[in-house]
Design a protein around this ligand. Structure first.
Ligand SMILES: Nc1ncnc2c1ncn2[C@@H]1O[C@H](COP(=O)(O)OP(=O)(O)OP(=O)(O)O)[C@@H](O)[C@H]1O
Ligand SMILES: [Mg+2]
Length: 444
């Protein structure tokens, strides 16, 4: 055996005793104290109480340790005892919106829009797997080689995604997204994610039953924005929401929430978004809200929008407002219903009124990057008229993205439709004298 192997073996043994001792002390702690008795306490108080007990146990029965080692051991034992190990303090921090574990040694968080690496690590891959087990078993799921991928919503509302080797080549990966109190459109405007008058315009469009698609890349705030917009659906309408993992938090009373279901361990029982969209049509909805369209359900949604369910909303993953309409076309053609491309284009042109595209900027801020109006109809090639565009300024030394929202006049026929619904167009937009199309890239 070479020196290197011997060293490695030694390190391994060290890790195992270290690990052994954490679980040993955890056992000892749990034999001294009943966690249920602490359920009434705040997390921080619970932690303090447990730390005290572990401290006592260590002084009585433990090895001689430096203050630093002792502090670290106490913290680890308590983390373990409290459930999600080293993730626990991160989950307690209200400013943390996302926790990303890339194997046992790399933990990143997103705090106030910025991603940073934290110092804590898991003791080993085993310990990480135990934590994963604890997370997914809360929702009666299992992660192992035969089902190495799980996406679930925790009882406390967080969304968790787990993917483990061999699918992940970087060890077990956990992504936890947390949902703070949802933003209203007014709050998003106050944060600068859109301007006040665009917020007023979008609210009017929703009330006037325009069909609106929210597009953007991963994590650009699509779900957040959808939630904010859906706040303008009137109380007296019957709204059905359809999602893969329920994140929307509509405040209206008459809301029916549907959530799709993955297949069970035997691979049966799957209910897709598409099944739910089709079923929702038999539920007499006034509006249908689809969390995200990703496949063939797009065609069903377009058909629903074209057959009396105006005022429906959905999000789609796309790189621009223009890209979004093409994505809808491509996704619709994934349906097994074989209809010609032109016919699908017809459906998109007729169904979709407005695309709101969101972008994430270099400083972590999220904004409405463009709002486009689908101006083409029937078989025509897609054409979007711009209503709004964010024009960023060069970034200064403070590394904050600033810029201007550029507004374009609302085409006459759109204004007519808004007025017919008893709504008004905010003065900041103005109404175009005629319906000559504007182009993105040209000032009004
Ligand atoms: N305008 C905003 N300003 C600041 N933070 C925001 C804004 N919009 C969303 N967020 C935050 O960004 C994170 C991602 O938001 P959200 O889930 O809405 O994005 P998404 O585009 O739906 O993501 P995904 O692609 O995973 O579905 C959340 O933590 C959310 O609170
Ligand atoms: Mg989303």
């Amino acid at each position: 055996m070479g020196l290197k192997d011997r060293l490695n073996e030694g390190r391994l043994a060290e890790q195992q005793t270290d690990l052994g001792s954490v679980s040993h002390w955890r056992q000892r702690l749990l034999s001294e104290i009943n966690l249920d008795d602490l359920a009434m306490l705040e997390m921080q108080q619970r932690r303090t109480r447990l730390e005290k007990v572990v401290g006592h146990l260590l002084s009585r029965e433990g090895p001689v340790l430096s203050d630093r080692e002792r502090g670290a051991l106490v913290r680890r034992v308590v983390d373990e005892a409290l459930g999600l190990g080293v993730l626990e303090p991160l989950l307690e921090d209200e400013n943390v919106t996302e926790i990303m574990v890339n194997g046992p040694d790399h933990i990143y968080i997103e705090r106030r829009g910025q991603v940073e690496r934290v110092e804590t690590t898991f003791a080993s891959e085993d310990q990480l797997m135990q934590t994963i087990d604890r997370i997914v078993s809360q929702v009666n799921r299992r992660v192992d080689e035969s089902s190495p991928m799980v996406d679930a919503r925790l009882p406390t509302g967080e969304r968790v995604n787990v993917i483990i080797p061999p699918l992940s080549l970087s060890g077990p990966i956990v992504t936890i997204r947390r949902f703070p109190k949802p933003f209203t459109l007014r709050e998003l405007a106050a944060k600068g994610s859109l301007d006040e008058s665009t917020a007023v315009l979008l609210a009017a469009l929703i009330r006037a039953r325009f069909n609106v698609i929210i597009s953007g890349g991963t994590g650009t705030g699509k779900t957040t924005f959808l939630n904010a917009l859906s706040g303008f659906c009137p109380e007296d309408e019957r709204i059905v929401t359809i999602e893969d993992s329920a994140e929307l938090q509509l405040q209206q009373e008459h809301v029916i929430r549907l959530e799709s279901r993955p297949p069970n361990m035997e691979g049966v029982g799957q209910i897709t978004i598409r099944d739910l969209v089709r079923n929702s049509l038999r539920m007499r909805p006034d509006r249908i809200i689809v969390g995200e369209v990703r496949g063939a359900e797009t065609l069903d949604m377009l058909q629903a929008m074209n057959t009396g369910h105006d005022g429906s909303l959905a999000t789609v993953h796309a790189n621009s407002a223009d890209d979004a309409v093409y994505r809808l076309l491509t996704l619709s053609s994934m349906s097994e219903v074989k209809i010609p491309f032109e016919a699908i284009r017809d459906q998109v042109n007729n169904a979709i009124d407005v695309i709101v595209h969101l972008s994430r900027y270099a400083d972590g801020s999220r904004r409405v990057g463009e709002v486009g109006l689908v101006a083409s109809s029937r078989h025509e090639e897609f054409r979007l008229d711009p209503l709004l565009r964010f024009v960023p300024e060069p970034m200064g030394a403070e590394r904050i993205v600033r810029g201007k929202f550029q507004r374009f006049p609302i085409p006459r026929h759109v204004a007519n439709r808004v007025h017919a619904a008893g709504e008004t167009i905010p003065a900041a937009f103005g109404v175009a004298a005629d319906d000559t199309p504007q182009e993105f890239g040209k000032a009004p």
